[in-house]
Design a protein around this ligand. Sequence first.
Ligand code: GLP
Length: 248
Amino acid sequence: MRIYKAKDYADMSRKAANIISAQVIIKPNSVLGLATGSSPIGAYRQLIEWYRKGDVDFRKVTSINLDEYRGLPQSDPQSYSYFMHQYFFDHVNVCPQNIHIPDGMAPDPQEECRRYDTLIQACGGIDLQLLGIGHNGHIGFNEPGEAFEKRTHCVSLSSSTIEANKRFFDNEESVPRQAYTMGMRSIMQAKQILLIVSGEEKAEIVKEAFCGPVTPQVPASALQLHNNVTLVGDQAALSLIPDGGIDE
Ligand code: GLP
């Protein structure tokens, strides 16, 4: 695993955007697994800037998002579909037909999960999977549990995730209780994984995930078993990693 220690959020975002744009430049028809949350917003901004300058082109890219709240339509400003359009897709030239996000309004959850796994396979798997990490070690919405959930599934969100995500909603009651998430198999089968993290409040879980035992109680710990993971974190988030990461 490569660890890049960034000075701050802006530096983390630029380093992450560098890795993503390198992937797209080397392979213009890359399949990108994309993520939401506060962590990737800066990287998306940086990619938009480079796109506007003509340095990176998303015309042939396919994007497959990690997760979506169940019960929110795409038009809901809290949906991950809305987020992705607002912070990225509306500003670059990814073709609309190449954008894939679980459908929060699908009438049959099991069928929606099957559809999504089939889609990931049909795209030939993921070249680069971008991830954030939840305070409880979740990736996507793969919550701590007794076993790693391999396939796309509909998950009941843990109280700590509802608590952490309520900042985006009017109040805690408005946070959907369920979500669709890509499973651990699709994430682990990605050729390259880029996890970005910032802030002191994530330092403890970063240490648990990357220095502790591999356990489904900390879903991100499975990444220790992947052979091409890059962790880009700011100093605060990496402060409890023993060697402090590798300065560039
Ligand atoms: C949400 C998302 C995750 C994301 C996590 C961390 O729960 N489902 O994909 O990684 O939050 O978000 P943030 O980057 O805002 O801390």
